[in-house]
Design a binder for this molecule. Structure first.
Ligand code: 5AD
Ligand code: SF4
Length: 479
């Protein structure tokens, strides 16, 4: 049991956000100071992120608050405060968290001041919270996706209540701006443009755990990016479950293409990426804006999920094979140098060999630069979980292997198309494998290794792409 002297809350607790959270950050800071004095050393934290770019961005917000209240980040889970930001898109994501919690409890036995927190998508599932209450009593704090902005307030409750604090909301309309963020990279950043999803693809749990679609106001997004640029950021990744439906529910509706044009105007910003585009509402306006843009990167992630029109209907995707192929053709015609990547699910309930061959056919026709392939995972509460005719494991495995082979063969064939040319590379980090090299990315998201040093990180340099080695290029700075 932690020994903590309760600090008196002085003054009135603000009702408005974000002022309320700043009030709690101040209190949390006093608790952190108190405990670190007692221990004679600073308190440490570690954030472990599972899942997608949205979670990665949320984790930066958690880090921002933990640093503001006086914790120091360390690279190990043997810290005073450990938080898992969880994912639940597939069942194995959940299993990973349970597995690792067992290992964390060992650290907690050695450090009685240690606090363990869980947040993110998995916490929005009632069965998960029930299981934590029953079998993982050593967890100190559990919260979900809708109230992450209240982290400072929950942290204070954790210091004061000394029992498992659980706060899960079903949904929210609130978007709280201006809270601290600690970015992982100094030169690039994710920027949320919207939260939630209204699409209810029949296999997907995201709409249930992330709630309904809410777009941030364009002014707030632009202001955030301007601040990031002033702080050294040259590349932003605009984040939303389906960016193509951005702005539809704002008081003054704005399209995603219009937002992109506003972002393009920000001086000092060099590259714009975005994730994810739903094929059902990718507009001609967007294609036009991308084509004419100097900053939008030559990469589009366009999830296919299945190539069978019958399966797509069952998946509630609102497009068919022909529509998807026609869309890709239109996009390729407008931007021949665009890299296209995708997500594909194998083994959706009722998927026949013929359905699967339709998927293979689309992969062959589109020639994706790369593709994420997933085995269908049954998520309780989604319509697909109740569908009859779930596919046996061995059949799925066989299809998955065939698809993966095709995807890899095509990627290998497509890689290297730019060999011999000079392209801009944003240098991102020192090469992990070899000293004296740095690693960066092309506009089309391909990885490039080149001779260089730490001073180049965050800069965009022209690079002669000398050789393609499988999935990456070797190059050197062009004269
Ligand atoms: N099973 C397997 N893959 C899934 N995805 C979403 N839900 C499931 C599921 N139940 C995949 C989709 C989506 C990606 C982020 O995760 O392909 O595009
Ligand atoms: Fe899930 Fe479909 Fe929404 Fe993507 S668009 S998050 S796959 S429901």
């Amino acid at each position: 049991m932690r020994e903590i002297e309760k600090i008196n809350h002085t003054g009135e607790v603000p009702v408005m956000e974000p002022q309320r959270q700043f009030y709690f950050m101040d209190l949390a800071k006093q608790y952190v100071t108190q405990i670190s004095r007692k221990k004679g050393r600073p308190l440490t934290f570690h954030v472990t992120t599972f899942g997608c770019q949205m979670n990665a961005r949320d984790s930066e917000k958690l880090c921002g608050i933990l640093e503001t209240v006086g914790f120091e980040e360390i690279d190990s889970e043997e810290a005073d405060f450990v938080i898992y930001n969880t994912c639940t898109v597939r069942e194995n994501a959940n299993n990973k968290v349970y597995g690792r919690l067992g290992y964390l409890s060992g650290f907690k036995k050695k450090n009685k001041d240690m606090m363990i927190a869980l947040c993110g998508c998995m916490m929005q599932e009632p069965e998960v919270v029930e299981k934590l209450k029953q079998s993982y009593r050593f967890v100190d704090l559990v919260f979900g996706t809708h109230n992450i902005f209240k982290f400072a307030e929950l942290l204070v409750r954790c210091f004061e209540e000394q029992k498992m604090v659980i706060d899960i909301w079903d949904d929210t309309k609130e978007i709280v701006e201006e809270l601290p963020v600690e970015r992982k990279y100094s030169f690039k950043s994710g920027v949320n443009i919207m939260f939630g999803c209204n699409n209810f693809c029949s296999y997907c749990i995201v709409p249930y755990v992330r709630g309904r679609e809410r777009s941030r106001k364009p002014q707030d997004i632009i202001r955030e990016i301007e601040k990031l640029v002033a702080d050294g950021v040259v590349e932003v990744m605009l984040l939303g479950q389906n960016v193509n439906s951005y702005g539809k529910n704002l008081d003054t509706p704005v399209t995603f293409a219009q937002l992109l044009q506003e972002v393009e105007k920000i001086e000092g910003l060099e590259r714009i990426r975005f994730m994810t585009s739903h094929p059902k509402d990718l507009s001609d306006e967007l294609i036009e804006v991308m084509k004419n843009s100097k900053k939008i990167c030559r990469h589009l992630h366009l999830p296919l999920q299945s190539g069978s029109s019958r399966v797509l209907k069952e998946m509630n995707r609102h497009y068919d094979k022909e529509h998807y192929l026609a869309l890709v053709e239109k996009i390729k015609k407008a931007m021949p140098d665009l890299a296209i990547t995708t997500d594909i699910i194998v083994g959706f309930p009722g998927e026949t060999e013929e359905d699967f061959l339709e998927t293979m056919d689309v992969v062959r026709q589109v020639e994706y630069d790369s593709a994420f392939t997933f085995i269908y995972s049954k998520r309780t509460g989604t319509p697909a979980a109740k569908m009859e005719n779930q596919i046996p494991e061995d059949v799925i495995k066989d299809r998955f292997d065939r698809l993966l082979k095709l995807v890899q063969d095509i990627s290998a064939k497509k890689a290297g198309a730019l060999t011999g040319s000079v392209q801009d590379v944003l240098v991102e980090e020192l090469d992990e494998q070899q000293e004296g090299l740095v690693t960066g990315r092309l506009s089309n998201n391909s990885v490039v290794h080149l001779p260089g040093d730490v001073s180049m990180i965050g800069t965009i340099v022209p690079v002669h792409l000398k050789e393609c080695k499988g999935f990456y290029y070797m190059g050197e700075v062009a004269e």
